[in-house]
Each structure stands twice: as structure tokens, then as C-alpha cells.
Design a protein around this ligand. Structure first.
Ligand SMILES: O=C(O)[C@H](O)[C@@H](O)[C@H](O)[C@H](O)COP(=O)(O)O
Length: 240
């Protein structure tokens, strides 16, 4: 695991997007595609600000998945895809098309949305027992959750399904689908981008005290794990 402490939230955004770009170039050179998972929350703000500033202008080989998604209509303010659509596609900020986003089926039950999304993912990993995303971009909630995997929730122990439904999310909205730990921990690179003093205590519990909170259970089996944090969020971390 690597922890990078930078000064400000803007530095988190710059470092995050620099690493995304480098990984994208490598993935596209290796296999002609870059398969990345986006989370919601403040990460969506980070990417909306940072992606338009990277040198890459050809995003055509990017395929964008969701580490989790809320089961609300795309035009709902809570829709993670809707947020990226408005800020990256509709705004023309980056050369991404809707069809490059692997979207979660709307208007069906959480169970059906999870099954459908897993089926869509499997098309990119034919014959694989687990998908291997090139990069998963993760957030850490104030309670130590990541994706829609919350403390004490039975989903933390899901070992079979790639995508799971949740209808009792403590973070609204309640109905979501989420990648599960077997998939998350099979990624080539998992990156947390975390900023703000409100995250400092939880970051200490995860990175220093090593409490087994959901975000601490992101431990890629062979891939890399990177935390990019600003000074405020990292105030309790030992200076290396
Ligand atoms: O859709 C979601 O809610 C996110 O995927 C969620 O897992 C998020 O990453 C964390 O809640 C952190 O969000 P903040 O960075 O906004 O606290």
C-alpha cells in the first residue's frame, strides 16, 4: 500500500488524475482498452474538475464502470452516472460518449439491476472467474464505508456475486448496486482519493489503527493499493 499526502484538495485531484492518465496509457498500450470504475460522492467532483485538465484528449479506448450506483433515474441529482453525464459528457468537458459508460439498468429491482450489471461486466472479461479492472477509484465514507459496502452489513461477506444489490443503504438513497470485495480486490489498481478534515479520524482508524472497516478491507490480492489524501485528512498519519 502507498499513501501519498499532498497539501490541498486540488493537489489530490491533480495527483489522482495524473495516476489515472498514466494507468490509462499503459492499459491501452497493453490491450487497447482502459477499464476503470468510478465511485460517486466527492470523487465525482474530483474527476469532473480534474479529467478535463489531463493531457489525454482521446478517451475513445476508455470504458467506464461504476464501483457502485444508486438506483434512481439518471436525471435524479443522486444518480452517480447522471452527475458524470452532466459534468463530463453534456458539458463537452472531455471527449467521452454515453456508450462508453457501462450503465446500470434503471426501472428494475435492485436484484435485477445487479444481475444485469454483472452480465454487462462479464462481456469485458469473457471466461474469467473474476473481472480484473485496470483501476477502481474509491471513496471512503465518514463511517469507513466504500462503494456501497457499509460497516456491519452482510454484503461485506459476499464471496460469490460480482455485483450485489442493497436496499437498506444507511447512506441515502437506500437502493443501490455495488461491486463486492472479490471483484474490488482483483483489480490491478485500487485508488482512494480522500480530502477534508472530516475524514481525518476515520482515516486514522483505517490506516493507523487498522480497524477492519470496509475501506480497510480493500486489499488487492496482486494489484496495487494507493491512498491519495490531503494534509487535512492525513493529519493523524505519521509523516514518512
Ligand atoms: O455513491 C456513493 O455514495 C459512493 O460511491 C460512496 O461509496 C462514496 O465514495 C463514499 O460515500 C464517500 O463519499 P464522500 O467522498 O462524498 O464522503
Amino acid at each position: 500500500m502507498t499513501v501519498i499526502v499532498v497539501e490541498s484538495k486540488d493537489d489530490v485531484i491533480s495527483k489522482l488524475c495524473e495516476i489515472i492518465e498514466t494507468t490509462a496509457i499503459e492499459s491501452i498500450q497493453n490491450k487497447g482498452l482502459f477499464l476503470i470504475g468510478f465511485s460517486g460522492g466527492s470523487l465525482a467532483t474530483f474527476l469532473s474538475k480534474g479529467l478535463p485538465k489531463i493531457k489525454t484528449k482521446d478517451f475513445s479506448q476508455w470504458r467506464i464502470f461504476f464501483c457502485d450506483e444508486r438506483l434512481v433515474p439518471v436525471d435524479d441529482a443522486d444518480s452517480t452516472y447522471g452527475l458524470y453525464k452532466r459534468s463530463l459528457i453534456d458539458s463537452g468537458a472531455v471527449a467521452l460518449k454515453e456508450e462508453q459508460f457501462i450503465q446500470i439498468k434503471q426501472g428494475v429491482s435492485a436484484e435485477d439491476a445487479a444481475t444485469d450489471y454483472a452480465s454487462q461486466i462479464s462481456k469485458f472479461f469473457p471466461g474469467s472467474s473474476l473481472p480484473t479492472f485496470d483501476m477502481l477509484l474509491l471513496g471512503m465514507g465518514p463511517d469507513g464505508h466504500t462503494c456501497s459496502l457499509f460497516p456491519g452489513h452482510p454484503l461485506l461477506n459476499e464471496t460469490k456475486r460480482w455485483v450485489a444489490p442493497i436496499t437498506d443503504s444507511p447512506k441515502p438513497p437506500p437502493s443501490r448496486v455495488t461491486l463486492t470485495f472479490p471483484v474490488i480486490n482483483n483489480a490491478r489498481v485500487c485508488v482512494f482519493a480522500t480530502a477534508g478534515k472530516e475524514k481525518a479520524d476515520m482515516l486514522k482508524r483505517i490506516l493507523v489503527d487498522q480497524e477492519k472497516l470496509p475501506a480497510a478491507r480493500v486489499q488487492p490480492s496482486t494489484g496495487k493499493l494507493l491512498w491519495i489524501v490531503d494534509r487535512e485528512a492525513g493529519i493523524h498519519l505519521n509523516k514518512h
